[in-house]
Ligand binder design. Sequence first.
Ligand SMILES: [Zn+2]
Length: 480
Amino acid sequence: MSEINYINDILEILQINDFSHNFVPFPFPGTNSCILKKANDDGIMTMYINLKSTIINLVCPHCGSYNHHISKGTRSINLKHFSFGSLPVVLVVSYHRYICNDCSSYFAEDIPFQFDNRKATIPNVQSALFEMNENHSMASISRMHGLGKNTMYRIFNENIYIPDRFYHLSSVISIDEFKATSDKGTYAFNIVDPITGKTLDIIEDRKASFLKNYFLRFPFTERKKVKFIIMDLSGAFQCIMHSLFPHAQIICDRFHYVRLVGQNFIQSRLDVCSFLHYQPLAKSIKRQLRLFYKYRKDLDNEKTWYDFHLKRYFTCASYIDYLYDLSERRNNKDCDDSTMFDSLVILEMLDNYEIYQNLLKFIHEKHNDYKKELNRWLDYIFDTHNSYYQITAKNFRKKWFIPLLCSLSYTTKYKRRDRFYRTSFNNGFIEGMNNKIKLIKRNAHGFRYFYNLRKRIFLHLGYSYTFIYKDRKKGIPIFQ
Ligand SMILES: [Zn+2]
């Protein structure tokens, strides 16, 4: 029967086996166990594990002489290790101190699993860093690892370094801005590859000069590779991107233009509420905001709800039908003037509602000729001199006609988790990314410096980082 090496097993459980062969578990004085459970200074039950050095063959860190030293006794240090569940673990490490015979200087034995002269072990710091990949606050990480808040901040500031991003531009890029810190630009700039779902880079400022400097790092042959740029309805970005990527087709995100047209309709709806003579109807229309935003054919026609203002039961679809019926009343000769006026007002609102619904129809249903349909939609607004949609329609025709058309007619294929999906070009992915960033900011109660925010975002997204260790003036053991 072979001899079982319990010492190695204990070191393996503590995850310091890879770091050290010169420190071994050793019984506490007066006991026969290397593990001691007692309350610490704060009254919390803690597990103490005693470790002792076994090697004396050392190199002097000051002059480099080998084995010319005299022991000056031992010291012990308490290192915070990661906890076992709710039980905190502290390693009590005894190490030797020596004086060198050649240069007469003192030096201590190296503890390979100690992190940067701090009272923490490397596995503990590494697992703390692993939690930083999740969206946990620094305070909760420091509490879980017994590290002290300031130590945690110092590790984050001094020992982690996110290198500058070097990457190739992909054929589709998606760009957006988000509100960042005030020390650099107020708005930061986010570049994402929506096909692979990777954040390419986060830039500190969205100013035109800054973006030009940034993208001109890429040679023209590299910039030529970009075929599609997806963005929201920002005129400034369109100009910059068009000058930097002359070969790329700009596509605007459908959510943004639908929202813009939707807001125009909502304005007309609010005006109706103030014009109507019949107040319960005005209040009811004001309440049903969500209902008007939705595509009419998708409205639910089964679940009934009670309208307190009109004192009737409706389904979502029947509510819209009810409004259409009201607008028909103008043909009835018996109506008084105020009812007649109300029905005309509602008729105008429903006219605006139909313009908005016709835009939704482009997205929800398949058309053969989007260009013709879109032109017809815009012409209708110009012909009727509709004051609510006029500015938006002019803007669409003048600047965004082709980007809008592309967003309606082009589709792409992308792969997630070994499955292929066909989708239109949209900014959905980057808006999701922005939401993530917003959560990171909220969880940290805001950031003061952009550098830290960027670092935290990249850690959260699981990007590679370099871990900086400081130089230690400790005696390094030699194994023979
Ligand atoms: Zn020396």
